[in-house]
Design a protein around this ligand. Structure first.
Ligand code: WTA
Length: 657
């Protein structure tokens, strides 16, 4: 984040009161909130046990809320309990009058492509697909990789895995063959579910090519189940590839599949996320804790009710889509909306048109989407009646107060609660957020930690920061939904999250807490760049650049970007004699797109002869970050081995902009 935007957040003093008329019918009133805080403070385990029992169907009750071994950073939630996530999201709603209500509304990118699944229909599809997986030999504990665009089959696949106790690992369809491959290898998947292509912005993007390339070296994958989406011609590998619709229509596939009774602590899914070093981390979530936090936060934060249409715009390839498109809303028996397209195609009113068309009640999106729509002007919002909306939410990166105000004013008509929710892949669900009808909202602040969640801001030496002093954001007590480990790397799990500040979970974010207890998130403290709400590790991008035959050295930093929040700025040293021109830049950008994802493509590439390094060879990123934004003051540079590189870099930056 830029110094400037931190300043703006620091000075924000506007506050907004929740709409009083809504309070009465909300899932949690001010009084209940006070009470919840009291119970959670006095006896957090009792608080969580009550929530878990109230929200979920347990096939066997748990004995204790939490079994922990702090030495090993092992936290087992609801141990002894048994449940099934898919049963919680589907079966129990068939019995309580919701059989024929819409569970999932799918809006395809083409405006006339819509599919609606009632709970009955979704249950049947999930059961059938679970039977397909079983027929292919998938059983409890096996990993299934899913590489699909935003189509209903994605939701069906996830729930089918959960039904038979297979561990799903969803891989964002925007990832390249290389990223797909490393994730499949990391989770050792037996089956891959993929599609021929993606529809995006009126174009089709092929996916199957990535699949074939990735599977070149993934010996664990036995079968690929292909969903037909774009209809483009693909290479079909007999014996390995099969079509989804053929498998589903097979005469021996039955409409019912008994849900597997899972231990609360059994892994439910793996989702990879970028870390500050090395390869992406496969975050493992366990069944009982994860289902509790998603159902709990959907109910309290989004005030989700039975008859609500809930729309979370995030791709299911990220945790936000897992928790708030799939598991949270379905666990509560609401209607969830899945949109395949982008906010600006065919026109920048797509979101508003969808809200109007389906009568969306809860709209959860990202600052980057709002920034891009705000840029298009408010005339696009004014065409539509958005009066069904009740709650707005934002997630993924800090929302600039001006953007918050625009969202609140133009979409929330100056009165709806706009909740800036903070959480991470690792936390499973929202941990810090205002509740819609309790207390004030401050634009740019994520409010208080939810009841039962304990946060602290500490200095680098571990001492507690004072009010308004920025520092490391820690979660000091375990919570249901916290990751249980990093797949295949328990040591990295302990090192990454628990080593530096023993006894607490280290989020990797910088934040401050003001005198009213409101949290103000400042962004990542580690070398992670947040581009449009997507976490990218600088080392991942650097490693990819260095892997290019023309490149000898590379360093990557994040710089502020009007729409994306942050963008990637790369310093690249080429082998001598090569042309430092736009053609090379394009080649490197294509390379990154191919090796990682189009999201990771640098906004700017500066060719440099050398990088600022300490005598021990460590690149001083602080200096690179400053140069990238035209800075000239670098603080203490006495540890640099060769300070002269700085002037060259400053000159190089000026030429670029
Ligand atoms: C950032 C997304 C500011 C933060 C759910 C965190 C936020 C990372 C907010 C996790 C917010 C998330 N305000 N920053 N409301 N929400 N972040 O794992 O840096 O994709 O560590 O999970 O996004 O990203 P992840």
């Amino acid at each position: 984040m830029s110094e400037n935007s931190i300043e703006t957040l620091m000075n924000e003093e506007r506050t907004f009161d929740p709409p009083e008329e809504m309070l009465e019918n909300s899932n949690i009133t001010a009084q209940q909130y006070e009470e919840a805080c009291r119970i959670a403070d006095e006896d957090p385990e009792k608080f969580w046990a009550e929530r878990a029992r109230e929200l979920l169907l347990w096939k066997r009750d748990f004995k204790t809320a939490l079994e922990s071994d702090p030495e090993k950073n092992e936290y087992k939630w609801f141990a002894g309990g048994r449940l099934n996530a898919s049963e919680n999201c589907l079966d129990r709603h068939l019995e309580n009058g919701k059989r024929n209500k819409a569970a999932l509304i799918w809006q395809g990118e083409p405006e006339d492509e819509v599919r609606v699944f009632t709970y009955h229909m979704l249950h049947r599809k999930v059961c059938r697909f679970a039977n397909v997986l079983k027929k292919m030999g998938v059983s409890k504990g096996d990993r299934v990789a899913i590489y699909l665009p935003m189509v209903p089959e994605l939701v069906i696949s996830m729930l089918a895995c959960a039904r038979i106790g297979a561990v799903h690992s969803v891989i964002f369809a925007g990832f390249s063959a290389v990223s797909l491959q490393s994730r499949i290898i990391d989770c050792d998947a037996k089956i891959l579910i993929a599609a021929d292509g993606v529809l995006r912005g009126g174009k089709t993007i092929p996916l199957k090519r990535n699949v074939d390339e990735a599977l070149f070296e993934c010996p664990s994958v036995e079968q690929v189940i292909m969903v037909k989406r774009t209809g483009d011609e693909i290479d079909f590998i007999e014996g390995r590839d099969t079509w989804w619709q053929d498998e589903m229509a097979a005469p021996d596939i039955e409409d019912y599949c008994k849900p597997e009774s899972m231990r609360s602590t059994d892994p439910m899914f793996i989702l990879h996320t970028s870390g500050s070093t090395g390869k992406p981390k496969g975050i493992v979530h366990s069944t009982g804790g994860y289902m509790t936090i998603t159902a709990h936060t959907s109910q309290w934060v989004f005030d989700l009710k039975d008859d609500d249409v809930h729309w979370c715009t995030a791709d299911i390839g990220w945790i936000t889509g897992h928790s708030y498109t799939v598991y949270g809303p379905l666990a509560l028996g609401a209607t969830t909306l899945l949109f395949e397209g982008v906010p600006t195609y065919p026109r920048p009113d797509r979101y508003w048109e969808i809200i109007n068309r389906y009568g969306v009640n809860i709209f959860y999106t990202t600052p980057t989407a709002i920034r891009s729509l705000r840029r298009e002007g408010s005339q696009w919002t004014e065409k539509y009646d958005l009066s069904t909306l009740r709650i707005l939410g934002s997630v993924g990166e800090p929302i600039n107060p001006e953007v918050w105000i625009w969202f609140h004013e133009h979409i929330g008509k100056g009165k709806l609660p706009l909740l800036d929710t903070w959480w991470q892949t690792e936390t499973g669900g929202i941990l810090i957020s205002p509740l819609p009808y309790v207390g004030k909202l401050k634009p740019g602040s994520t409010g208080h930690a939810l009841p039962g969640i304990k946060t602290a801001i500490v200095r680098s030496d571990g001492s507690e920061a004072s009010a308004n002093e920025g520092g490391h954001l820690l979660i000091t007590e375990p919570w249901p939904g916290m990751l249980c480990t990093i797949h295949n790397d328990d040591a990295r799990y302990r090192r990454t999250y628990f080593e530096r500040f023993p006894g607490s979970y280290e989020t990797g974010d910088g934040a401050r807490i003001d005198e009213d207890g409101f949290h103000w998130i400042m962004g990542r403290l580690d070398d992670v760049i947040n581009v449009s709400g997507h976490r990218l590790g600088t080392t991942e991008i650097e490693s990819a650049l260095i892997a290019h035959p023309d490149v000898t050295e590379a360093a990557v930093v994040g710089i502020p970007h009007d729409v994306k929040g942050q963008s990637v700025y790369a310093y690249v040293t080429l082998r001598s004699g090569l042309d430092q021109d736009d053609e090379t830049r394009t080649a490197l950008c294509n390379w990154i797109s191919e090796k990682i994802s189009p999201i990771a493509v640098p906004e700017a590439i500066q060719f440099s002869e050398g990088l600022p390094k300490t005598r021990s060879g460590k690149i001083m990123r602080r200096i690179l970050r400053s140069i990238a934004v035209g800075g000239t003051e670098f603080g203490d540079t006495s540890t640099l081995s060769d300070a002269s590189v700085i002037n060259d870099l400053i000159e190089g930056q000026k030429v670029l902009f």
